[in-house]
Design a protein around this ligand. Structure first.
Ligand SMILES: Nc1nc2c(c(=O)[nH]1)N[C@H]1C(S)=C(S)[C@@H](COP(=O)(O)OP(=O)(O)OC[C@H]3O[C@@H](n4cnc5c(=O)[nH]c(N)nc54)[C@H](O)[C@@H]3O)O[C@H]1N2
Ligand SMILES: Nc1nc2c(c(=O)[nH]1)N[C@H]1C(S)=C(S)[C@@H](COP(=O)(O)OP(=O)(O)OC[C@H]3O[C@@H](n4cnc5c(=O)[nH]c(N)nc54)[C@H](O)[C@@H]3O)O[C@H]1N2
Ligand SMILES: [Mo]
Length: 674
């Protein structure tokens, strides 16, 4: 029972900051969500999105009842049905598809809606694994960079975001914290006030670039040659830390050989920056301490994304920037935890085919033996967030596909469902969430009564397991039993300790501590505790997908489609989450040097197109983007453009060099006035 008052909670949305929250409830409704000071990173401050979370919970578009489709797919006409009817229909269809086409014809589709261990990979995994469904390769984000980090260090924990305030040199490389993790902004500003230099490497002038000492506005997808050229300069000028490299790294020669092929001049020509700026970055970095590289996810989403991320992070080793608070690198800190919802699933991963989520359009339209007969979407809005939007749409339109969508609001994807199930939000259900930037673990409990008849994931999947005869007596079913199962399986053996720590909404630190220093408190997880600068596993993987590891894969621009399209994160949404609340008009950013020869004036409606599709939107002529690059926000809904298509309609489903990730920042397009 949830009562009025102020309840502790935490945000499990897909964001590095994992804020600790206080939720004010009056008359059974959330009236305010505020940042708590129970955790030092949050420090009483949260973003506008979660401050306004009540608008998402209680807005007109919130789903409150189970629905059955009454019109053609995509039209969005539904009628309410009871939960019993809805669950019976879903169970019957899953059983039908399994019995006629085989378990592999069932495809789960989930990604970043909830980063919690009780809402993702838990009872859902129990259902799909026991059904013998196809396995989902969750590639939409962080795959290339995870491969790079794992190969280099086994995913060594990075520094805490709080400690950025101690840095005297901060490189923001392909990250825009003003939108995507606001607590870094105040720490960067604090460091700057204490004299730190700030470097930004981004094709756009992000808000923090206005305060930067140096801004390298590279062409998208050219981080690899740029970072190798910085390494080249460090080696050439004798600034490389040979003692650190000898003691703590392996395969230095192979990395150095690749770096020496990229003079600042050669890299500058490819990346579209000044060679002097490359040298300047190397010199300033070599001289500064503590010096930090904060790498974001803008780098990984291209043909060179895995190797590019690798080369960026390797600079900290070449320059020997570890062993000091505020130094080293930081990117994803999930390596700090060895916890997974799988411990609550109690189900083996079946030996069935793997389907790459980023190629779901292809999967729905082309897979045979068996084709996909049932699609179960939850924690995800694939029509808005996956590549090749028109292929995804063609797949969702198939008459012989049974689609169920478990959602909080009527997303673009949900409009194509046969059955829509209303989902609770994180203020209405239990979860266990670990930060991927902030080093915290939270036990989330319901802070407010459920809206309408919405239900949490574990209840829906549990009910389906029951109906399909897949439940077992010893399955953890209640949130507490599930949380205990996850914590008891902690790879660091800290189950008891974590359980005791996670009371009263207090966050718990990882085994490495809340503010670890690299090469003091945390080390590479390889057996010899060394960083590998040319890992054999990555060399093998690169060879399977193209040229050698750390060899540059050239720009795919053509005469017909000369402009690079990027689609970075926006302040008001998390991917497509909260998109229904977006009221402002969306515009395509075009550089004046690209707009003028095409006869495009500010505010004109333009067609952005390539062989895959077309988007019609108004143009914003601005030098926030560099020449040769156009930008549309990620996570748009159909309603946000004149054509009902978004950037994803222009993004091919080509895979990155490592990890089978997606090239969201590597599409090529042309733009014309309409
Ligand atoms: N408000 C908000 N917060 C979010 C999200 C959101 O959608 N909205 N998304 C969440 C998620 S899922 C993630 S993964 C993180 C992502 O967090 P970030 O890494 O900050 O996000 P992105 O916006 O993808 O990319 C960052 C920057 O990379 C730049 N960029 C594009 N291409 C390149 C390139 O080739 N090289 C370089 N160096 N830079 C490039 C873009 O211009 C952008 O400014 O944020 C999370 N937080
Ligand atoms: N063009 C372009 N596309 C991109 C990217 C890009 O840079 N450019 N970035 C990619 C990135 S970084 C990411 S992470 C992906 C994200 O892609 P998605 O995983 O599709 O993320 P969201 O758009 O946030 O959709 C998540 C949905 O889950 C729902 N949800 C939230 N909590 C729950 C829950 O507890 N239960 C259920 N059943 N549903 C819930 C939300 O309401 C929301 O509609 O998008 C990728 N797509
Ligand atoms: Mo992401």
């Amino acid at each position: 029972m949830v009562v009025d008052g102020v309840h502790p909670s935490a945000c499990p949305l897909d964001c590095p900051d994992s804020c600790t929250l206080d939720v004010h409830v009056t008359g059974g409704r959330v009236v305010a969500v505020r940042g708590s000071d129970r955790s030092s990173l949050t420090d009483g401050v949260i973003c506008g999105k979660v401050t306004a979370f009540a608008d998402h919970m209680y807005g007109d578009e919130r789903l409150t009842l189970p629905l059955r489709r009454t019109g053609p797919k995509g039209e969005g006409r539904f009628e309410p049905i009871s939960w019993d009817d809805a669950l019976d229909t879903v169970a019957e269809n899953l059983a039908r598809v399994r019995d006629t086409l085989g378990g592999e014809a069932i495809l789960p589709c989930s990604y970043g809606g909830s980063n919690g261990a009780l809402t993702e990979g838990a009872v859902d995994a129990r259902l799909f694994h026991r059904l013998g469904a196809s396995n989902l390769a969750r590639t939409l984000c962080a795959m290339p960079s995870t491969r790079a980090q794992t190969g280099m260090s086994g995913k060594m924990v990075g520094g805490s975001l709080e400690d950025v305030a101690h840095s005297r040199f901060v490189v923001l490389w392909g990250v825009n914290p003003s939108a995507t993790g606001i607590h870094l902004v105040s720490r960067v500003q604090k460091a700057r006030r204490a004299g730190a230099k700030l470097i930004v490497v981004d094709p756009r002038r992000i808000p923090l670039a206005r305060h930067a000492d140096l801004h390298l506005r590279l062409r998208p997808g050219t981080d690899l040659p740029l970072a190798l050229a910085v390494a080249h300069e460090l080696f050439r000028t004798g600034a490389a830390d040979r003692a650190f490299l000898a003691e703590h790294c392996r395969n230095v020669e192979a990395f150095e050989a690749h770096a020496m092929r990229w003079s600042p001049e050669r890299a500058a020509a490819v990346a579209g920056v000044e060679a002097d700026d490359v040298r300047c970055l190397a010199r300033m970095y070599a001289e500064a301490s503590p010096a930090l590289i904060r790498c974001g996810w803008g780098v990984e989403r291209s043909r060179n994304g895995g190797a590019g991320t690798f080369a960026v992070l390797a600079l900290a080793a070449v320059a020997g920037k570890f062993g000091i608070r505020g130094g080293g690198f930081t990117m994803s800190n999930t390596g700090a935890w060895q916890l997974s919802g799988g411990a609550a699933a109690r189900a083996e991963v079946p030996d069935t085919r793997w389907v790459n989520l980023g190629r779901i359009g292809r999967a729905l339209t082309e897979l045979r033996d068996p084709p996909v007969g049932a699609l179960f979407v939850y924690n995800c809005n694939p029509l808005s967030t996956c590549p090749d939007q028109e292929a995804v749409r063609r797949g969702l339109l198939r008459d012989d596909l049974f689609t169920v969508v478990h959602e909080q609001v009527m997303t673009d994807t949900a409009r194509y469902a046969d059955v829509v199930l209303p989902a609770t939000t994180f203020l209405e259900h239990h979860d266990l969430a670990r930060g991927y930037g902030n080093l915290v673990l939270h036990r989330i409990r319901p802070a407010a009564p459920r809206v309408g008849e919405s239900r949490p994931n574990h209840e829906v999947f549990g009910a389906l397991c029951d109906r399909l005869g897949l439940s077992r007596d010893d399955d953890p079913r209640t949130p507490d039993a599930m949380a205990d199962a996850v914590l008891d399986a902690d790879g660091h053996g800290r189950g008891e300790e974590l359980r005791a720590a996670l009371i009263d909404g207090r966050p718990a630190p990882p085994a490495a501590g809340a503010r670890p220093v690299q090469f003091v408190d945390t080390f590479p997880l390889h057996e010899d505790r060394r960083l590998d600068l040319y890992p054999e596993e990555l060399a093998r993987e690169a060879r399977e997908t193209g040229p050698e590891f750390l060899d540059y894969r050239p720009d795919p621009a053509t005469d017909e489609h000369p402009l690079a399209l990027i689609s970075p994160a926006e302040r008001g949404t998390v991917s497509s989450t909260f998109g229904q609340l977006r009221r402002t008009e969306v515009r395509l950013m075009v550089h004046p040097g690209d707009a003028e020869p095409r006869g495009i004036a500010d505010g004109d409606v333009v067609r952005v197109f390539n062989d895959l599709g077309e988007v019609r939107v108004a143009a914003k002529v601005t030098d926030v983007v560099r020449a040769g690059v156009v930008s549309l926000p990620k996570g748009l809904w159909a309603r946000h453009t004149r054509s009902g298509t978004t950037a994803n309609a222009l993004i091919p489903d080509a895979l990155t060099d490592l990890g089978g990730g997606l090239c969201f920042n590597d599409a090529r397009v042309e733009v014309q006035p309409v």
